[in-house]
Design a protein around this ligand. Structure first.
Ligand SMILES: Cc1cc2nc3c(=O)[nH]c(=O)nc-3n(C[C@H](O)[C@H](O)[C@H](O)COP(=O)(O)OP(=O)(O)OC[C@H]3O[C@@H](n4cnc5c(N)ncnc54)[C@H](O)[C@@H]3O)c2cc1C
Ligand code: FES
Length: 592
């Protein structure tokens, strides 16, 4: 199929620069200027162009961003603006024609001497809001079905303003840019046939393929949220905190204490997925505010009780309270099991699984080992654990018994400081710290599903070591016993500060508990959203659009209610909140 379909009106390029935004510095390539004459377009870029944030923009599948004059006219009218210049939307090619409702993913276009293929709609983020001085812009582009689209460069060549744009091949599946944008962001229940149709387009970018696949898999789940944007979470079994009874207490090592919790009202506890955690509220003596802490479930996931195992850190408030003040018979407020760090004990593939832990990080992977044993798993299971010595080696016998129940289990336990009583080959298998090289040398296959939990130094060195050995990041699953890494695209960060109450007078509003950051602060109405409140507290946050579209800021809501303004395009999963467009309606507990 061929025929003239449009005109290249302007070619715009720009290298990333630092701009000031709300007291912060953003490194962004969204400012682009028109260039005169012919311009070379290479495999990943228009000559002279660059992106500030390669995670979100650029690369082979997003080499050239296209925006249409018709949308310029539309936004001019809709926003009452007459000040737009070519490149205003961050696009490389400003074009006449090629509307989002006619261009299909996989269509091919000849422009000048270069050949292009349409790969995906634009993924919107806050920087287009900065460029247009209109913070709602990321949401508007999506909801009004005018996102623009990206091209991959099939044949490198030269283009110039005034060049005709000729369609040289049509995609077989005929899914327009606007329709695909709606499937991911707008349709509350995307049609599975349309998702399958999108997945049949070979030109579709890998990221969008993953999103379509996730939406298809989640089609029958009723947990809400948008699986295409955030990996689906298991729906929490109850809202807020439930009072549970301590039915057993046991010292596992010199500094780890386990509590077994059971229903206090006769209603049985629902099961948990292997690897999930619960959040507990502990009440110190006197009027001090409760301590809110999370603990992975360390017992068998199918057990009728929940077991948590708490390390008593030097000066650790909750650890000391659990060891010294909590007794059998006491009640503890517990939020329902949550978390995405979960193992499928009977996956469709027979890939081997490697459970890697150090210290008290053993807890979630021990639950996984229980689940593998209960499922009589026949695949290879590698149990790798690091401890100082036998005295500090928690759950040694329990793990050995579980491993003995599995036909293809392997143990590799390392002691960093074995004592003279510790017996190599019995208590442990190697002296020294656990390293990726040592695990590989012990024979663990690199084509495994890896599950990692331990202190931050262990996690960093294991992730780097496994990556250096060629293990794909998607095969490495991690649980952090603290704040998760921030996602703040383009922000040039200063030195990290410990979380703290916001500067200025203390708020008088609802009490907001940021559990992972161990911070409880009163809300203040001067903040437009929970996201900005958390940022003012230096609590690590994750965001991209800041207007309720992308779900990057989706966070576990352990207790409490929020009000949305603006309403997000799609509600978050049940038990979660979108921080960027919500404010508390009463006290809140957030998994942040
Ligand atoms: C998903 C998840 C799962 C988790 N699972 C587990 C688990 O299974 N088991 C477990 O033990 N923990 C787990 N944690 C961690 C747990 O939630 C707590 O963070 C941890 O137990 C420490 O709490 P704490 O109140 O005892 O210590 P905090 O009082 O919060 O102190 C934290 C650290 O600061 C140090 N500290 C405190 N005061 C001072 C001071 N004045 N000077 C210097 N240092 C100080 C303490 O030594 C300690 O190391 C998990 C966390 C998450 C997010
Ligand atoms: S940052 Fe995109 S939905 Fe909140």
């Amino acid at each position: 199929m061929s025929g003239a379909t449009g005109t290249l009106v302007s070619v715009n390029v720009g290298l990333p620069r630092d701009v000031e935004w709300r007291g912060r510095t953003v490194h962004t390539g969204i400012w682009k200027e028109p260039v005169d004459g012919r311009c070379f377009v290479g495999r990943t870029n228009v000559a002279g162009d660059g992106q500030g944030d390669l995670a979100g923009h650029g690369g082979e599948q997003r080499a050239v961003y296209v925006y249409q004059l018709d949308s310029y006219r539309y936004w001019g009218e809709h926003l009452g603006r007459g000040d737009f210049v070519h490149g205003q939307f961050g696009e490389n090619f400003t074009v006449d024609g090629l509307g989002d409702d006619e261009v299909c993913i996989g269509d091919r276009y000849q422009i000048g001497s270069a050949l292009f293929e349409v790969t995906q709609p634009r993924v919107t983020c806050y920087r287009v809001g900065i460029r247009l001085d209109e913070p709602r812009m990321p949401a508007l582009l999506v909801t009004h079905g005018r996102p623009g689209f990206y091209l991959r460069v099939l044949d490198e060549g030269e283009v110039a303003p005034g060049d005709a744009i000729t369609k040289v091949a049509s995609s077989q599946e005929q899914v327009t840019v606007r329709a695909l944008n709606a499937l991911l962001y707008v349709d509350p229940q995307p049609d599975p046939d349309e998702l399958r149709r999108a997945l049949r387009i070979p030109a579709l970018s890998l990221g969008w393929q993953d999103s379509m696949r996730a939406l298809l898999e989640a089609h029958d789940s009723h947990a809400g949220g948008n699986a295409g944007l955030v990996p689906p979470a298991l729906q929490p079994a109850w809202a807020g905190f439930r009072s549970l009874r301590v039915v057993a207490k046991r010292a596992e090592t010199v500094d780890i204490v386990s509590l077994e919790l059971d229903s206090a009202d006769g209603v049985p506890l629902p099961g948990a997925a292997p690897g999930q955690f619960v959040t507990v509220q502990l009440h110190p003596l006197g009027d001090a505010s409760p301590l809110v802490r999370s603990y992975s479930l360390s017992g068998a996931p199918e057990a009728s009780t929940y077991r948590i195992s708490v390390k008593v850190e030097p000066n650790g408030a909750a650890g000391h309270l659990v060891r010294d003040r909590v007794d059998v018979g006491d009640r503890i407020d517990v939020a329902a099991p949550r978390g995405r760090f979960v193992l499928d004990p009977q996956p469709p593939s027979a890939r081997s699984v490697a459970l890697l832990s150090a210290g008290v990080g053993v807890t979630p992977v021990l639950a996984m080992l229980h689940a593998l044993s209960a499922a009589s798993a026949t695949r290879d299971v590698w149990w790798v654990h690091g401890a100082r010595n036998r005295e500090e080696h928690a759950f040694a016998e329990e793990a050995d018994e579980l491993l003995a129940s599995l036909p293809h289990a392997h143990r590799f336990v390392c002691y960093s400081a074995p004592s003279t009583h510790d017996i190599r080959g019995v208590d442990y298998d190697a002296a020294g710290r656990v390293t990726a090289d040592a695990i590989a040398a012990a024979g663990a296959p690199l084509a495994s599903d890896f599950f990692l939990c331990g202190p931050i130094g262990f996690m960093d060195s294991m992730q780097a070591g496994l990556a250096a050995l060629g293990v794909a990041p998607a095969d490495v699953h991690t649980e952090l016993f603290g704040a998760e890494g921030a996602i703040t695209p383009g922000i040039v960060s200063g030195p990290a500060r410990q979380p703290h109450a916001p500067e200025g007078p203390a708020g008088a509003g609802a009490l907001v508990a940021f559990v992972r950051s161990s911070l409880q602060v009163r809300w203040d109405d001067r903040f437009p959203s929970l996201l900005e409140f958390a940022e003012a507290c230096d609590v690590p946050v994750r965001w991209s659009c800041r207007t309720g579209v992308c779900h990057t800021c989706e966070t576990g809501l352990l207790d409490g209610r929020v009000a949305y303004d603006p309403e997000p395009l799609e509600a978050p999963a049940i038990g979660s909140v979108l921080l960027c467009c919500s404010r508390p309606e009463g006290d809140l507990t957030l998994d942040l």
